[in-house]
Ligand binder design. Structure first.
Ligand code: PMP
Length: 432
C-alpha cells in the first residue's frame, strides 16, 4: 500500500499554483492522488486499491463510475449540452419525481452545490418573512455562505467558547452576528433561543440527522419541538438534507422521521457524483423565487439544471427505485455496524459506533455523543492510529475523528466482512 508522500510530484506541482494544492478544504491531509474509480473501489497512481468509505463525502451512492449514469450523461451532452434558454431537458421529470417522494416538496429549483442551496434557502426565508436572523445548530456545516458558515469551528471548543464563532476568515461580522447557534439536542437552549429571537428569525436550519460531526440522531421529540417552535414563531424550518437526501431514503430523512420542514436543501447523492443540488418547498415559499425584484429572492446560475446533471439525477433515482437500492444500503450498513460493535467488544477498545442506513461513525470515547462538544471529545490520537491502520489495510475513511463514513451500493457482503476484520486490527492498533 502506498505511504503518504510529501514529495509526490502531483502534490508539489499543485501546491505551486493552487493554494495548499487543493480546491476544497478536506482534500488536504491526503497524500494519495487517485486516478481511477470503479464500483466500491478507488485506485491511486501507484496502483494501490482502496475500498472507498469516503465516497466523495456523500455523492457516490450507487457505486463509482456507474455505467448507466455515465451513459445517460454522455447521451445528454452529445444531444444538447447547454443552451442557457428555457426549461432544460429532464428538469420537469426530476422535479416531478422529487415532489412525489419528498414530503416537503411542491416545487423544486435546481442549482449546483449544497452551498448554493442553503444560500437560496436563506434568501427565500428572508423574502417570505421580512426578517434577517438565522438559527442553526452548533457544529452543523451548511456550506460557506456568510449566514451559515458560523458555529462549526473545531477550534476553541472549551466550555466557555462562544457558539457563533465564524468558521473562517473573510465573513462579514454583521452577518455573523445575525446567526443564532444552539447546541444540538438541547431542548432548553432551543426554547430559550426562540423566546429571545423568535420574532427576528427568518429561518432555522437543521440537519435532521447529524452527519457534520459523525452520526448523531435527534433525541426523541427534538425535531418535533423544533417544528412546533418554528410554526409558532413564523420561522421557516429548513432541513439541510444535502447528506441525508436520497441516501437515507429516496425521499430524504424527512420521509423516515415524520417531521416535515418548510424548505429542504439537497445535493450530493441525488446525481451519483455529478454536480446537482436544489431547494424544495411549498408552492407559497418557492413562489418567493422571482427574478430581479427587490422583494423577491432570485435564483440564477449558468450551470443550474444542466442537462447532463439532470440526466445523471434522473437515471440515479430511477435505478434507486427499480433496484431497491436503499434496502441494499441499509442491509450492508447494518451488517457493518454490527460487525464493528462486536469488534469493539472483542478488543475492549474504548470506542462506540453509531449510524444511519449506509452511514456510520466510530468514536473513540466511552459513550455515544449527543452533540458537537461531546463528539469532539473523541480521542484524536487513537483515531489517528485507527485511521492509519485502515489505510494500510486498503480502506479509505475520513482523516479526522468525527468524519462520517459511508458505503455505496456496489459494496459486497465480502467487502463488508473484510472491513470488519480490518476494523478489528485497527482497533487494536488504536490502543497501542
Ligand atoms: N450541507 C451539508 C449537510 C453538507 O454536508 C455539505 C457538504 N459537505 C453542504 C451543505 C455543502 O454542500 P456543497 O459541498 O455541495 O457545497
Amino acid at each position: 500500500m502506498s505511504q503518504p508522500n510529501d514529495d509526490h510530484p502531483t502534490w508539489t506541482r499543485a501546491r505551486a499554483v493552487v493554494p495548499r494544492g487543493v480546491s476544497s478544504g478536506h482534500r488536504v491531509g491526503w497524500k494519495q492522488v487517485f486516478v481511477r474509480t470503479e464500483g466500491a473501489y478507488v485506485w491511486d497512481d501507484e496502483g494501490s486499491r482502496y475500498l472507498d468509505y469516503l465516497n466523495a463525502w456523500g455523492p457516490i451512492v450507487l457505486g463509482h463510475s456507474d455505467e448507466r449514469v455515465n451513459r445517460a450523461v454522455y447521451e445528454a451532452v452529445s444531444t444538447c449540452d447547454l443552451t442557457g434558454v428555457g426549461p432544460q431537458r429532464g428538469e420537469a421529470e426530476l422535479a416531478e419525481k422529487i415532489c412525489e417522494v419528498m414530503p416537503s416538496a411542491e416545487k423544486v429549483a435546481f442549482c449546483t452545490s449544497g452551498t448554493d442551496a442553503t444560500m437560496h434557502a436563506v434568501h427565500v426565508a428572508r423574502a417570505a418573512t421580512g426578517r434577517l436572523k438565522v438559527l442553526k445548530f452548533h457544529g452543523s456545516y451548511h456550506g460557506w455562505n456568510d449566514h451559515v458558515a458560523v458555529g462549526s469551528s473545531r477550534k476553541d471548543l472549551n466550555a466557555n467558547s462562544i457558539l457563533n464563532t465564524p468558521n473562517g476568515g473573510g465573513l462579514h461580522p454583521a452577518v455573523v452576528d445575525d446567526v443564532v447557534v444552539v447546541e444540538w439536542n438541547d431542548r432548553a437552549g432551543l426554547e430559550a433561543a426562540f423566546t429571545t429571537y423568535g420574532e427576528e428569525l427568518a429561518i432555522a436550519f437543521a440537519e435532521p440527522y447529524i452527519h457534520s460531526f459523525g452520526c448523531i440522531p435527534a433525541q426523541p421529540g427534538f425535531l418535533e419541538l423544533l417544528r412546533e417552535l418554528c410554526t409558532r414563531h413564523g420561522v421557516v424550518l429548513t432541513f439541510d438534507e444535502v447528506k441525508t437526501g436520497f441516501r437515507a431514503a429516496i425521499g430524504g430523512y424527512q420521509s423516515l422521521c415524520g417531521v416535515t420542514p418548510d424548505l429542504t436543501a439537497f445535493g450530493k447523492a441525488v446525481a451519483n457524483g455529478y454536480s446537482l443540488a436544489g431547494l424544495a418547498g411549498s408552492n407559497a415559499l418557492m413562489g418567493h423565487l422571482g427574478a430581479y425584484d427587490r422583494d423577491q429572492a432570485t435564483i440564477d446560475g449558468t450551470y443550474n439544471a444542466s442537462p447532463y446533471s439532470l440526466a445523471a439525477a434522473n437515471t440515479t433515482l430511477r435505478i434507486m427505485e427499480t433496484e431497491n437500492v436503499h434496502q441494499r444500503l441499509w442491509d450492508l450498513g447494518a451488517r457493518l455496524r454490527q460487525g464493528i460493535a462486536k469488534a469493539i467488544d472483542d478488543t475492549g477498545a474504548r470506542a462506540t459506533v453509531d449510524g444511519l442506513g449506509s452511514e456510520w461513525c466510530v468514536y473513540f470515547r466511552g459513550e455515544l455523543p449527543t452533540n458537537f462538544r461531546e463528539a469532539m471529545q473523541s480521542d484524536a490520537d487513537a483515531y489517528g492510529r485507527y485511521h492509519a491502520s485502515l489505510l494500510s489495510q486498503g480502506i479509505l475513511e475520513p482523516a479526522f475523528p468525527t468524519g462520517d463514513r459511508r458505503l455505496n451500493a456496489a459494496t459486497t457482503d465480502d467487502d463488508v466482512d473484510r472491513s470488519i476484520e480490518a476494523v478489528h486490527t485497527a482497533l487494536l492498533a488504536a490502543q497501542t
